[in-house]
Design a protein around this ligand. Sequence first.
Ligand code: NAD
Length: 465
Amino acid sequence: MNITIIGTGYVGLVTGACLADLGNNVFCLDVDQSKIDLLNSGGVPIYEPSLKEVIERNVEAGRLTFSTDIAASVAYGSIQFIAVGTPPDEDGSADLQYVLAAARNIGRHMTEFKVVVDKSTVPVGTADKVTAAINAELAVRFPAASLPESESIFPTFSVVSNPEFLKEGAAVEDFTRPDRIVLGAASDTKGQQALAAMRQLYAPFNRNHERTRVMDVKSAEFTKYAANAMLATRISFMNELANLADEVGADIELVRQGIGSDPRIGYSFLYAGTGYGGSCFPKDVQALVRTAREYGQTLRVLEAVEAVNHDQKQVLVNKVFAKYGTNLSGKTFALWGLAFKPNTDDMRDAPSRVVVSALLRAGARIHAHDPVAEEEARRVLALDLADAPDLLENLQFVDKPIDAVQGADSLIIITEWKAYRSPNWAALKVAMKALVIFDGRNLYEPEVMKECGMQYLAIGRGSHS
Ligand code: NAD
């Protein structure tokens, strides 16, 4: 099939590359000329395991192209995926300007039936807005709009909701082995025609068993928000309990295992830490809260989830201040992990940004390591500290984890990269000025830390502090 992907970011690029890998011909559009130039010169703008290889082999096979040519992109695909960003607006609602701009472009150039797929995470009701945006453009092109549809010379279309559930850091794996494929389609003829095309496209994923969940469009749009809201809730729930565990002297890791063994609860997404970040949970929780308000409802649980997460990003900073006071001049901190989670260079809403800013503003020096996010970290931290750029001189990036701890008063762990799981403790002890670890990911066993002579300040492990 011929597919167009509108928006070549995390979701669009992975979707395009993986669909090309199945034998489809894929045209990836973006408005960002530098991103398209980079892709056309063999570069990949994001870090995602195995993505570069998938892109390379499909570009070489002639199945994957990158362009900024809007008219060509609309002409190309019988299926048009909209995978542009939906960042939070000032009031927390999803900003649909990029989605609607993409829709208008389709309406401006389409000449035959198109399946228009909302792949971006969009609030309930967006498919109707996309439909209206395309129709408005068609009405400009075909002003004699009075003919009944059966006699119409208009090219027609139908909007399908197909939210994406991939996780950054495992995006290719998630896309190619999805737990489920949600398809929301209209019940009319065009909707069912669009649904048939989507079923055909995704058929290779359903060979082992049927993964497709077909539903109406609004339920599909809602499903994506409900999934992220549930996962964010589990994280904030555990973080709040972890803070209590610190006070009462319980170990949240033991509690996690104690409750996770109940199949009704399960082990996933129960790790206490420094709060969730990334491009999805923070904005999607906010957007759902905002949607509810528009309908006169208050989502009290989710409002609490967000408030807990906001505070949790401060937890490591508070622990540092509790130990050293709020004036950190003369102190040097090693920092392991900057990306919002392992296996990605995404720094959007990363907890590390809160920690780095707070420590630098308190006068500290930081030696930071991240296996892939250094470049992106430099970019976003410069924005975060735009009011005090001189402080960035106290932030040094290093190539190896061990280089970060050299002469450090303590080590702070923010992202649970594999490379940090089993450090050479003997080398660490020699390199560090003082044996103190603030662990925002509970990577180590407190007993082992004790034997190493480390003061170990983790999240919710109160029975060991
Ligand atoms: P992104 O910011 O990485 O990429 C969006 C791209 O769209 C950018 O390259 C931008 O230049 C381009 N763009 C904007 N307007 C355009 C237009 N009119 N025409 C063509 N290109 C245009 O965003 P992302 O992380 O890929 O997220 C995209 C959507 O998918 C969001 O709604 C997000 O919530 C959702 N989503 C993201 C993830 C994730 O892990 N990143 C997972 C599931 C769903």
